[in-house]
Design a protein around this ligand. Structure first.
Ligand code: 5AD
Ligand code: SF4
Length: 444
């Protein structure tokens, strides 16, 4: 029987996509996927360290494997991803979990196959390098049809004061336009319908290659394909979000009219301490520009509460910015102190009770806004890209251009198709509707 693998992923879409690369490497070596850890011959943890919570989860779950490893010594346990790349982390992992076989850093992912071979020869393997390897791409094993992620760049140069990413992902490295376009074309040829371009700050795409070919140009080039597909990207840093990108969103029909533009905070004093390099007014001006040039465009965001020294007044500035920007939805976070970052050294860390109280108020506001923005959907026809079938509920599900999930019933498999549905019910972020344009069960 084939050897089997299980990958446990924490964190952002970048990590979810990197797990597809880990899966690709394992498939090349003859492994197939399993869902029960007891069946696995190798378990790979792809970790995240952006907040303490994410780290604690991973530590807990790795620790829980001690018994399984004792019962089945041939089981390989590998730990990779952002957590391993922090200073002293590899050592800490080895001390805490001596039964782990392989530790690999974010820069070493594409070498996982070789590391498995090394382990087979005997010693435990730790490979966490400070410098990225050459940009060798691992083949992805994708299970997300009809959606696909494509990395356009790695790393981040921004050093927002709270953020660990620049430390664990290194400096910005862009893939060449030819490489990105070839991957996207390959996916479109294979029938994928929605491509999400990934980078920590897509606006600085190409800067490390002299800046001759920019992100908006990349969008233009991908959109010369004439068939119907959707193009998304994340994440865009507001400080470099500008007219050229707005133009590319407006002119290229395939680019979704939804921009994820993390604001983090609404107080200029806090934004300065965060090293975000824009003010609330500048942010709002960009939002206004975007909405004007791209009518109907929606904006989503990341917002953080409880950053060191944040006062009630600062927090209220965040609440008013949320209202003024009219975010469609937002991810909300409690600031988490990350060792090695500038903010970790700051005076005035905020007590947990205050952070909790603020996050509750923020979530309430964001949810209310999302619900309100869902109301106009009732009775409206929308187009969703059907992604999956929920067997338990007996419904298909798909997202509209703005990322809203719509549920509907259909007599036949519609995964991978653009489907029109008429919304009969809205609850929070999800929508329920009926298929339209159907005649005798066959869509024309
Ligand atoms: N604490 C809380 N949230 C954080 N983020 C990044 N670093 C931290 C941290 N130390 C959030 C930011 C970012 C998102 C991906 O995670 O909002 O946009
Ligand atoms: Fe972190 Fe800021 Fe870079 Fe985003 S732009 S990854 S928040 S340092």
């Amino acid at each position: 029987m084939d050897k089997q693998y299980l990958i446990v992923t924490y964190g952002c879409q970048m990590n979810v996509h990197e797990s597809e690369k880990i899966a690709g490497i394992l498939h090349e070596r003859g492994y197939t996927e399993c869902t029960d850890s007891r069946d696995a011959d190798i378990i790979v943890f792809n970790t995240c360290c952006i907040r303490e919570n994410a780290e604690n989860h991973a530590y807990g779950n790795i620790g829980a494997l001690k018994k399984l490893k004792r019962a089945k010594p041939s089981l390989l346990i590998a730990v990779g991803g952002c957590m391993t790349q922090q200073e002293g982390a590899a050592e800490k992992l080895r001390r805490k979990f001596p039964f782990v076989d392989i530790v690999f850093g974010t820069h070493n992912l594409s070498r996982l196959g070789e590391l498995i071979d090394l382990r087979a020869k005997g010693k435990k393997v730790v490979e966490v390098t400070e410098q990225p390897e050459l940009l060798r791409e691992a083949p992805s094993f994708r299970t997300s049809y009809p959606n696909a992620w494509v990395n356009i760049m790695y790393g981040c140069n921004n050093f927002c004061s709270y953020c660990i990413v620049p430390y664990v992902r290194g400096r910005e490295r862009s893939r060449t336009p030819d490489e990105v376009v070839a991957e996207v074309n390959g996916l479109l040829n294979a029938g994928y319908k929605e491509i999400t371009l990934l980078g920590q700050n897509v606006n600085s795409y190409g800067n490390d290659r002299g800046g001759a070919f920019t992100f908006p140009q990349l969008l233009d080039r991908i959109c010369t394909r004439k068939e119907k597909f959707r193009l998304r990207f994340m994440t865009s840093n507001p400080k470099d979000f500008g007219e050229e990108l707005i133009r590319a969103i407006a002119e290229n029909e395939q680019v979704c009219d939804l921009v994820h533009l993390p604001v983090q905070a609404g107080s200029d004093r806090i934004l300065r301490l965060m090293n975000r390099k824009y003010t609330a007014a500048e942010y709002l001006k960009k939002v206004e520009m975007l909405k004007k040039r791209v009518p109907g465009c929606q904006i989503t965001s990341d917002i953080m509460v409880g950053f060191p020294t944040e006062t009630e007044e600062d927090f209220r500035a965040t609440l008013s910015l949320v209202k003024e920007a009219g975010f469609f939805t937002a991810f909300t976070f409690v600031y988490s102190r990350r060792s090695g970052t500038a903010a970790a050294q700051m005076e005035g860390q905020i007590p947990e009770e205050v952070q909790k109280e603020r996050i509750m108020r923020l979530v309430e506001l964001v949810n209310a806004q999302t619900r309100e923005l869902s109301l106009p959907y009732r009775g409206k026809e929308i187009e969703v890209l059907c992604e999956d079938y929920d067997a338990a509920k007996g419904v298909y599900l798909g997202r509209d251009e703005y990322g809203r999930m719509g549920y509907f019933k259909s007599e036949r498999d519609q995964v991978g198709e653009f489907v029109k549905i008429k919304i009969s019910d809205t609850s929070g972020v999800s929508l329920t509707g009926e298929l339209v344009e159907e005649k005798g069960g066959v869509r024309e």
